[in-house]
Design a protein around this ligand. Structure first.
Ligand SMILES: NC(=O)c1ccc[n+]([C@@H]2O[C@H](COP(=O)([O-])OP(=O)(O)OC[C@H]3O[C@@H](n4cnc5c(N)ncnc54)[C@H](O)[C@@H]3O)[C@@H](O)[C@H]2O)c1
Length: 262
């Protein structure tokens, strides 16, 4: 039998890199893609030097043509299997909404949301051809309630949530499940130098390894009696998402107002 496979975007750094290493150590053929060639070369070395298998390549997730090409190349190595697609590539720009140039808003939407749509669409034939295939989307605790100073970033994650929930229902008939990971702030390049009301009140506590472990666990077969779509990562994200589910809207707003110092 051929080994299981995983295709990861934004794999050159942070959560993506940690996830690539995790799946490689667990016997997966890893497809690691990014726009950062140097980071990919370092990841390639780290995986192959420990006996793992990896295919790396340049993929800008905002380019549907590149998606088609990289998926086709990976398929040639993967014996027709695409067990897990991880839509991880993302950018975050913090700041006041009105002070951010339109290009910055647009770039966040293009990478964080359009990239997920293009990639998931291009991967469909490969996912459909693989029994029990899964799509893992990097959502965020900023999609629990709109976040001041992270307005467009958070909104892209609300959109990723919508795609995840809807596709998980729509693609059940093809035996493809779609899941969303919900970490709060993680210690990666993305949050370096970021100072908002919520990063200051809640801190940046999670590591990339915490998230990659949670991603790996989310892809394992489960004995759960219900179908789980959303995976909060870390105590803070679990508490916030649970709280928002059971508290009235005015209270959720008040908690978020206080946490964001608004
Ligand atoms: N760091 C956090 O606090 C945090 C919290 C919740 C969710 N997330 C999500 O996790 C994911 C990974 O974040 P991270 O913290 O590892 O960030 P990171 O900045 O450490 O890594 C992001 C990677 O994505 C790549 N990338 C950027 N634009 C790309 C593009 N157009 N095409 C392909 N690759 C591209 C970068 O080169 C980089 O290697 C993102 O979707 C992010 O929104 C992060």
């Amino acid at each position: 039998m051929s080994s299981p496979t995983v295709f990861i975007t934004g794999a050159a750094a942070g959560i993506g890199r940690s996830t690539a290493l995790k799946f490689a150590r667990s016997g997966y053929l890893v497809g690691a893609y990014d726009i950062d060639e140097t980071g990919l070369a370092s990841l390639n070395k780290a995986i192959t030097s420990t006996g793992g298998r990896v295919v790396t390549g340049i993929l800008d997730v905002t380019d549907p043509k590149q998606w088609e090409e990289r998926l086709k190349e990976f398929d040639a190595e993967a014996n027709g299997r695409l067990d897990v697609l991880i839509n991880n590539a993302g950018i975050l720009v913090a700041g006041r909404f009105e002070e951010m140039p339109i290009e910055v808003h647009k770039r966040q939407i293009d990478i964080n949301f359009n990239g997920v749509v293009y990639g998931t669409l291009a991967a469909f034939p490969y996912l459909k051809a693989t029994r029990g295939a899964q799509v893992i989307n990097l959502c965020s605790a900023s999609a629990i309630y709109g976040q001041p100073e992270l307005v467009t970033y958070g909104a892209t994650k609300f959109a990723v949530r919508g795609v995840t929930e809807a596709l998980d229902l729509e693609w059940a008939e093809y035996d493809i499940s779609v899941k969303a990971m919900w970490p709060l702030f993680v210690q990666t390049a993305m949050t370096q130098g970021v100072s908002t009301g919520t990063t200051n009140s809640l801190g940046i506590k999670l590591t990339a390894e915490d998230v990659s472990q949670a991603i790996f666990d989310a892809t394992r077969p489960s004995k759960r009696l219900y179908h789980k779509v959303h995976f909060p990562v870390g105590i803070q994200s679990k508490a916030l998402s649970l709280g928002s589910r059971f508290s009235p809207a005015w209270l959720t707003r008040e908690v978020n107002r206080r946490l964001s110092h608004k």
